[in-house]
Design a protein around this ligand. Structure first.
Ligand SMILES: [Zn+2]
Length: 303
């Protein structure tokens, strides 16, 4: 039995019901991740679920990784079983957001909440927006359902020369590779650092830069505020391996005067992609969007 068959079984037993018919199609379709389907199935064994939202424009909902449970009265029995570190790890949960004071006025409002797979205290506005439904999001897919073949087809290009990929930063044949896989997972980088003369900084100095494992790979993760990369000198072309995991990222290239000379949206989201940028005299790159989960894995530039 596939997970979709398992879900259909739960739907036929009314363990999962929907506020709108299209939500059923979304849950069983290709626009949600396998991890989301597995979590919904698991939760539906614990409690009867009424799904109130899956795909919509914002954040993790926009990339098929989040769903909302409309019968929030189950929180008091459901969440103590699910909002634990072992369960969060097992079911690849990224976010749980619910105002627990709605279950019991004596509870800490963040009692069951998680973000990026760790216990988290959301701010008041977020809690206020999560008093009538329980929001769940799962981690970025290990194997994106739709784009898996695309990743494989694209991957060999960046590793064409073993000499280039051998070390980091390495140079061979007039190219330089910067590869964030050489850092350990969860390694927090300074908000402003230099690698082989290339400057990396969080735009505005406010966001967090951190090496993180995503989608079976490892890269520099940047917050929604964005990442700025200042090259050693102007170049006319460079190769990136990057992606956004809570929305698409945009790459903007600027010349030495700060004028925008090229801009490109990296689509689809939820997958790492090779991007070849060609524009005269690119000196600075700005990576924006990605909903707080933009990733830069590799960059190959002229040496
Ligand atoms: Zn939600």
């Amino acid at each position: 039995m596939s997970i979709v068959d398992d879900l259909k079984g739960q739907i036929s037993k009314n363990r999962i019901i929907f506020d709108k018919p299209e939500l059923k199609d979304q849950l069983l379709g290709e626009d949600v991740t396998a991890e989301l389907q597995a979590l919904v199935h698991h939760l539906s064994i614990l409690e009867k679920l009424r799904i109130s939202s899956i795909i919509r424009a914002e954040g993790h909902h926009g990339v098929g990784r989040a769903f909302d449970i409309g019968n929030e009265e189950i929180a008091k029995t459901l969440l103590p079983k699910v909002a634990t570190d072992p369960e969060v790890m097992q079911w690849k949960i990224d976010e749980i957001i619910f105002d627990a004071s709605k279950s019991d006025s004596g509870y800490d409002r963040n009692k069951w909440n998680y973000d990026i797979g760790v216990k988290h205290k959301f701010d008041e506005a977020t809690l206020n927006a999560h008093s009538d439904h329980i929001h769940f999001a799962v981690k970025a897919p290990a194997k994106p359902k739709k784009e898996r073949a695309l990743v494989r087809a694209l991957r060999p290009q960046g590793h064409a020369s073993p000499a280039v990929a051998a070390a980091s930063p390495a140079n061979a044949g007039g190219l330089m590779l910067l590869d964030f896989r050489t850092y350990p997972d969860n390694h927090v980088m300074p908000a402003d650092f230099t690698l082989a003369g290339v400057g990396f900084e969080s735009i505005g100095g406010v966001g967090r830069l951190m090496v993180n494992d995503t989608a079976n790979d490892r890269g520099l993760q940047f917050d929604a505020s964005g990442l700025r990369v200042v090259l050693r000198r102007p170049v006319n072309g460079l190769l990136l391996y990057a992606g956004g995991f809570a929305g698409a990222i945009t790459v903007t290239a600027l010349d030495s005067s700060g004028a925008v000379i090229h801009q490109q949206v990296v689509k689809p989201a939820n997958v790492l992609l090779r991007i070849l940028l060609n524009a005269p005299n690119m000196r600075t790159l700005e990576f924006t969007g990605g909903g707080g989960e933009g990733m830069l894995v590799e960059m190959v530039t002229p040496d």
